[in-house]
Design a protein around this ligand. Structure first.
Ligand code: PLP
Length: 391
């Protein structure tokens, strides 16, 4: 068989590989604490499940519109208007099976041979792989520990060339938990005035998990950019619905017809059951979400302090999402080896930082979206492992 090398060279997202390994060890009887995969330990609220049950029972059971059912597009438009203080037309909303799909569609639309797309390093691995799959050149911009895991907007703007078509930004971020400061967002937005052909994919899937300020820092806040910003969000992280595969993009109106075509040739539409559940989620009570956010914030402080007390490890306080990204260079081990050893010997699953890009070398990603008891046990095991085998 002669396969397409562009596709066969795509790298699998590390979090899923680690999760499978952790599951295999657990199936063999090991007591694994999985802080690898990025999903909240939050069950969808009862009214969300009830809406899905009703839709499964009553239908309709056929295809829906490729861009999503009208009631959901309308509700998403209103929801995002409130979150971002901007005006959104339901016609801009495209419902997709998971947040990731918007990344692929944006890469397909702006990519292609000869194009350059900027993406964060360390960053969510599908950015780079989607860019590569589109045959565009991925151009990494650095996310720095010294900038509280934000970016320097001037440094980013300097990477723009005549070939740049799209910049991907993500705040609050995976894998670092970094939140880009309002200053840097403003500098980026101002700088982009000079590049009217460069679009922005703003991945705001962790926007409801920003612990640094109550301010909204959406890229849609800048009126002069609204006709070239694509906003990515979805139900996975905010509503504890990672397995439901439901997300949305807010697209500039002139791009909607192209994305619609991509949907029709890719997956046709999202199933009605998930969409009705999504509708109940964003129009229903939000108290469980608020309680969960408060719980995450408490865990964040305790877990990061606990990591920082470990020998050979220092950990910056992340401003958002639910990830810790400790610097492990003083252990003398590289990220991959340490992650492997922690899984095999301490039975704690973590993700090596370099699976998020070369700047992630010397770091690990741990999710603190897990019960406090698991977090405490994990800290104890990591400490014991470091004392026994490393320091
Ligand atoms: N964007 C970021 C930064 C993520 O971390 C994730 C999931 O981990 C996604 C997008 C994709 O989310 P979904 O599971 O809805 O595809």
């Amino acid at each position: 068989m002669k396969l397409n090398p562009v596709i066969t060279s795509i790298e699998e997202e590390g979090a899923f590989a680690v999760s499978d390994k952790a599951a295999a060890l657990a199936a063999a009887g090991a007591d694994i604490i999985n802080l690898g995969i990025g999903q909240p330990d939050l069950e969808p609220a009862a009214h969300i499940i009830a809406a899905a049950e009703k839709a499964a029972r009553d239908g309709p059971h056929g295809y829906t519109s490729p861009v999503g059912i009208p009631a959901l597009r309308e509700a998403v438009g209103e929801y995002v208007e409130k979150l971002t203080a901007s005006v959104i037309s339901p016609d801009q909303v495209i419902i997709v099976p998971g947040g990731k799909v918007t990344i692929y569609f944006a890469a397909m639309l702006f990519g292609g041979t000869g194009a350059e797309i900027l993406y964060p390093d360390p960053g969510f691995p599908p950015y780079r792989e989607a860019i590569r799959a589109s045959k565009a050149q991925p151009v990494a911009y650095p996310i720095r520990e010294t900038l509280d895991f934000g970016f320097n907007a001037d440094e980013l703007l300097e990477l723009i060339t005549a070939k740049t078509r799209l910049i991907i930004i993500n705040s609050p971020a995976n894998p670092t938990g970094g939140v880009v400061s309002q200053d840097q967002m403003d500098i980026l937005a101002k700088g982009l005035e000079e590049y009217p052909d460069v679009a922005v994919l703003s991945d705001e899937i962790y926007s409801q998990m920003n612990f640094t300020s109550s301010e909204n820092s959406s890229m849609l806040q800048y009126p002069h950019l609204r006709d070239r910003v694509i906003l990515l969000d979805g139900w996975s992280k905010t509503f504890g619905m990672t397995g439901w595969r439901l997300g949305y993009g807010i697209w500039p109106l002139q791009l909607v017809e192209h994305v619609r075509k991509l949907v029709t040739v890719d997956h046709s539409c999202v199933n009605n059951i998930a969409q009705m559940a999504g509708l109940a989620a964003i129009t229903g009570p939000m108290d469980e979400i608020c309680n969960y956010r408060a719980k995450l914030n408490q865990r964040r402080k305790i877990f990061i302090d606990g990591l920082s007390d470990l020998p050979g490890i220092s950990c910056a306080m992340p401003g958002g999402a639910f990830y810790a990204f400790p610097n492990i260079t003083a252990t003398g081990m590289d990220s991959r080896l340490l992650a492997d050893e922690l899984l095999n010997k301490a039975h704690v699953a973590t993700i090596p930082g370099d699976s998020f890009g070369t700047n992630g070398n010397g770091f690990l990603r741990l999710s603190y979206a897990a019960p406090m008891d698991d977090l405490e046990r994990a800290l104890g095991r990591i400490k014991q492992f470091l004392h026994e085998f490393v320091i």
